[in-house]
Design a protein around this ligand. Structure first.
Ligand SMILES: [Zn+2]
Ligand SMILES: [Zn+2]
Length: 345
């Protein structure tokens, strides 16, 4: 089998190795489609505090080809979608319903989606290996992981906003946030760069767009919200300047979701008047819990969130290096990587 290895920043190698046999509780999956992701790009550029170098890629869907002893809920031939991680269910955060903060969240992480086959660890296989909804392609199904992260952010925003939401940063996650905001019935302002991304945001239902390269972001977003600012600002750039700006844009009494993480050790500062006297709340959202995964699965299966427009292009496994070099230059939103070249599968 072929497997893509990210051995150091900007170095992807396609190696050939034996197809692994699943041990107890493990599941071997033939990868039918994998997706590039902002986390992958971050790792590609500079490494990642939670994702080690090595087998690359974590968003995929495929077919079960073999199961280890003790695996009951899936069998050979099932079309499935694995999440990269699973919580332990026993540690203090897990017992408090904060499974996304599990002390053992990254133990037995399933990496290596850019490959012909993927071995799903027993920990993940037992809780986070779900069925592919009938009617969805493998490519669409592979959106489960990023959508679960987005669903988690919206669950932290309970009660959900119903009026005006600004999404800043128009990568794949920003686009999914726009789709979620629309599903919640909110009016959405998309803020970002590049004409093609602003157009895609409109296609996904954004009511207005702000070109942050050409406009004064704060003034534009205020003007588009009748001078009051959005109820919720969702930060999806991972840029510390935008983190610090976002509370200035929100309405008085509004909320800011800091979704995109910053480099380890980085510090940011906020306008204390806005946070205290204007009660602008900062909400952080990281990863997902099992219930977020269930909800995301339902949103995909029912077509409430349509992900197809987010796919920039479909490429073969051999093109992975070229795809990441292009993403690195800021081109495209999300690519589907298919081990066996085909159209939508
Ligand atoms: Zn991802
Ligand atoms: Zn735990």
């Amino acid at each position: 089998m072929r497997q893509a290895i990210l051995s150091e920043p900007r170095h992807i190698e396609l190696v050939t190795r034996p197809i692994p046999a699943p041990g107890p509780g493990e599941v071997l999956m033939q990868v039918r489609a994998a997706l590039t992701c902002g986390t992958d790009l971050k790792t590609y550029r500079r490494g990642h505090p939670k994702v080690p170098f090595g087998p690359f890629g974590h968003e995929c869907a495929g077919d079960v080809v073999a199961v280890g002893t003790g695996v009951q809920h899936v069998r050979e031939g099932d079309a499935v979608v694995p999440m990269p991680t699973a919580s332990c269910g026993r540690c203090a955060p897990c017992r408090r319903g904060r499974e996304n903060l599990c002390e053992r969240l990254f133990d037995d992480i399933v990496l290596g989606a850019y490959a012909d086959y993927l071995l799903v660890s027993a920990k993940v296989a037992s809780t986070h290996l779900l069925g592919k909804p009938s009617g969805l392609s493998y490519i669409e199904t592979a959106f489960l992981e990023p959508l679960a992260c987005v669903v988690h952010a919206w669950n932290r925003l309970t009660p959900a906003p119903v009026e005006q939401v600004a999404v800043v940063g128009l990568g794949a996650i920003g686009m999914l946030q726009i789709a979620m905001a629309r599903a919640y019935g909110a009016r959405v302002i998309a803020m970002g760069r590049r004409t093609e991304r602003l157009e895609l945001a409109r296609e996904l239902g954004a009511h207005a767009v702000v070109d942050t390269e050409r406009e004064h972001a704060g003034e534009s977003v205020r003007a588009l919200t009748g001078g009051v600012g959005p109820d919720v600002v969702i930060e999806c750039t991972g840029n510390p300047t935008i983190w610090m700006e976002a509370p200035r844009w929100a309405a008085t009494g509004g909320r800011v979701v800091l979704f995109a993480g910053l480099t380890e050790g980085m510090h940011v500062a906020f306008d204390a008047t806005r946070l205290h006297y204007d009660e602008v709340d900062i909400i952080n959202a990281f990863h997902f819990r099992p219930q977020d995964v269930e909800q995301a699965h339902h949103l995909l299966a029912t077509g409430a969130i349509a992900v197809r427009p987010l796919v920039t292009g479909v490429r073969g496994l051999d093109d992975l290096g070229t795809v990441f070099a292009s993403l690195d230059r800021g081109n495209g939103v999300k690519y589907a990587i298919l081990p066996e070249p085909a159209a939508w599968v």
